[in-house]
Design a protein around this ligand. Structure first.
Ligand SMILES: [Zn+2]
Ligand SMILES: [Zn+2]
Length: 350
């Protein structure tokens, strides 16, 4: 089989390898579609905290089941299309013992710490497989990023009474928007790219604000009649946005931080007590992957709109280079593998 191996920073090789074999508790999948995201760019560049080479990347993916390891007797069937939850928690640390394996202290993620899906075949634990019904491969590959948005909305306890602000309208911010809208919340989205804001508007944002030339604070305060939003989602990874969230959020409100940054931010401590703030981090998903499958099933057109580009497996290096060189154009970039890559209008805008 063919696999794309990241052998060193910014160096990927398409190699021919022996097919993997499904061990006990595993299934062999024919990979169909793999999404690339920001963490893939960091792994590729070599500035990801967990990076070791060589590695096969790819953690947002789906495939069809070709075979099971010895002794499988569960409900999955050969030929079924499944989305894969790429998390391998230890099962014994404090978060694992308390229902939060998504932030396991020894968490391994397929495509980062362990071999991922940028290959024609992969062997995966059957407990990580979620049947997607009649979803096509492209949509099934988007279940993982959608699960991150859905988990964040669950963390933020969004209700139909809430006015919600989302900073950052990339694929994760848009997934937060979809999940918040399904709960009936009204949503205002902030970004600097008109194209992203137009999409957010289409996906149900009541108000969109372009931070490059509009006064975000004034717009948010007037939209919330001076209260500030009940919940703010930070999906930009820009530290200054966290400070702005602390300033803008309603008293008794929640701030959910999804964006990644190694930088520091200084905050006025008094706001934590004055507003009795709840500030939450949100990482991966905890036990809601099946709910994410259902969300994608309900929101097919909206989820498909997150895809900006498609490349075949052998063009993975070109896909990553494209995403790095065109950060304002590349949203969800998909790698289509095998039959999924043929008959598709590759490299086209969705
Ligand atoms: Zn990702
Ligand atoms: Zn653990």
């Amino acid at each position: 089989m063919r696999a794309v191996v990241t052998v060193a920073p910014q160096q990927m090789e398409l190699v021919e390898e022996a097919a993997p074999i499904a061990g006990p508790g595993e299934a062999l999948l024919r990979v169909e579609a793999v999404g690339l995201c920001g963490s893939d760019l960091h792994l590729y560049l070599g500035d990801h905290p967990y990076v070791t080479y060589p590695q096969v990347q790819g953690h947002e993916f789906c495939g069809t089941i070709l075979a099971f390891g010895e002794g499988y007797s569960g409900p999955l069937r050969i030929g079924q299309r499944v989305a894969v939850e790429p998390l391998v928690p230890c099962g014994s640390c404090y978060p694992c013992r308390h229902g939060r394996p998504n932030c396991c202290t020894r968490l391994a993620v397929l495509g980062a710490h362990r071999r991922g899906a940028l290959a024609e075949l992969i062997a995966v634990r059957t407990t990580s497989l979620y049947p997607v019904g009649d979803l096509d491969a492209e949509l099934a590959a988007l279940v993982e990023p959608v699960s991150i948005g859905l988990h964040a909305v669950i963390r933020g306890q969004v209700t139909a009474e809430d006015r919600v602000v989302i900073f950052g309208a990339g694929p994760i911010g848009q997934a937060v928007l979809l999940a918040a809208r399904e709960r009936g919340a009204q949503v205002l989205v902030v970004d600097k790219l008109e194209r992203r804001l137009a999409l957010a508007h289409r996906l149900g944002a009541e108000v969109v604000i372009n931070a490059s030339h509009e006064d975000v604070a004034a717009a948010v305060l007037s939209w919330t009649d001076g209260d500030g939003p009940a919940v703010i989602f930070e999906a930009t990874g820009v530290p200054a946005v966290i400070r702005q969230a602390v300033e803008l959020v309603a008293s008794a409100g929640r701030i959910v931080i999804i964006g990644l940054s190694n930088q520091e931010v200084s905050l006025p401590v008094v706001e934590f007590t004055r507003k009795e703030l709840t500030v939450l981090g949100s990482r991966n998903n905890a036990g809601i992957f099946a709910q994410a499958v259902e969300l994608v099933q309900r929101q097919r057109a909206a989820v498909r709109a997150l895809i900006s580009h498609r490349f075949p497996l052998e063009e993975t290096p070109r896909a990553l280079a494209f995403a790095l060189e065109h950060p304002t154009e590349a949203e969800k970039v998909l790698i289509l593998v095998g039959p999924a890559a043929t008959g598709q209008a590759l490299n086209q805008q969705a």
